[in-house]
Write a protein that binds this ligand. Structure first.
Ligand code: AFP
Length: 301
């Protein structure tokens, strides 16, 4: 089976970008080994006022250190850090956005969690998602998988017992599907979101939601359907973050024939104005995204 190194060499990927992707992907092993000793919460809170799990800070510090030392990253913005990090002595100008441990509140329940990363060129993190050079996520489940796009389709690798990523699937396409996951409590849903969920349920949609965006999205990537974290009553921008969660996953979704929207616009076309801005997210199969946009359009009429 093709290894990640072999795939990157054959994919005509910029050498420094290849090195950066391999460096990030390799952190899955130490991260996986750290789960058993870093299950608790730490005293600190992140910029959103959310309690930080030990693995939030541990994985953030690991990846930030490795990327800072690589000399390949000019700017890095992390969900777990208040400020954008700059590395002025970098010899390359990649800019990395990341959620180092998405779903961290689930680690002690042994549900799948993951690391989400977007890589821009041009040395700046505040860019539209459509400008990404690469997007990837490592998913720590029964397998350790790496889902990756270089902007030329989506591949899925699994790590073998020797720590080598082996190609499971390439040119991955999101099928039209009927699974849906949605955040927020039903009493807090807005009318358009309530109407959308009612419409897809009437069409046979089945609920699958773990509380781990990256895991729930991966299921949508494989089986088809939609993941939603909508605007809620009193929370018009929802919970998830544009830069660290919407943009990298949305880029992968689009490369697999799906899409990402806030119900109205394509989130890959939104210009981030500040690193921690939140956005409502609908991401998944084109059939579901079209349905969501129709219902939101009708609600604005
Ligand atoms: P944690 O990283 O704090 O576990 O939050 C996970 C998350 O950002 C995303 O991965 C989930 O889909 C969403 O929050 C779950 O939020 P709810 O607990 O409100 O459903």
């Amino acid at each position: 089976m093709t290894t990640l190194h072999e795939y990157l060499e054959s994919a005509d990927c910029e050498p420094d970008l290849c090195t950066l992707i391999k460096l990030i992907a390799e952190q899955a092993q130490p991260i996986r080994e750290a789960f058993i000793t870093h299950q608790a919460y730490v005293e600190s809170e992140n910029v959103y006022g959310e309690r930080q799990a030990a693995m939030d800070t541990w994985s953030d510090e690991l990846i930030t250190r490795v990327l800072g030392e690589s000399g390949l990253v000019r700017e890095l913005s992390s969900e777990e850090q208040d400020e954008i990090r700059t590395f002025p002595r970098a010899k390359a100008d990649y800019a990395v956005v990341m959620d180092p441990m998405d779903g961290s509140s689930l680690i002690q329940t042994n549900l799948a969690v993951g690391t989400i990363v977007g890589i821009f060129g041009g040395g700046k993190v505040l860019q539209r998602g459509r400008g990404l050079k690469a997007a990837l996520y490592m998913l720590y489940g029964p397998m350790t998988t790496l889902t990756l796009t270089l902007g030329k389709g989506v591949c899925i690798f699994a790590m073998d017992h020797g720590g080598v990523y082996r190609l499971l699937e390439q040119d991955v396409r999101i099928p039209d599907g009927n699974l849906y996951g949605t955040g927020g409590g039903r009493p807090d849903w807005t009318d358009p979101h309530t109407a959308f969920i009612a419409a897809i349920e009437a069409n046979g949609a089945k609920l699958r939601y773990t509380g781990s965006y990256v895991a729930d999205f991966h299921q949508i990537l494989k089986y088809g359907g939609i993941y939603c974290y909508p605007a809620l009553k009193g929370k018009p921008t929802g919970k998830l973050r544009l830069l660290y969660e919407a943009i990298p996953i949305g880029f992968i979704a689009e490369q697999a024939g799906g899409a990402i929207t806030d119900g109205s616009v394509d989130l890959l076309d939104v210009e981030p104005t500040e690193p921690h801005q939140r956005t409502p997210i609908y991401v998944g199969s084109m059939n579901m995204i079209r349905r969501a946009k129709e219902i939101f359009e009708r609600s604005r009429a």
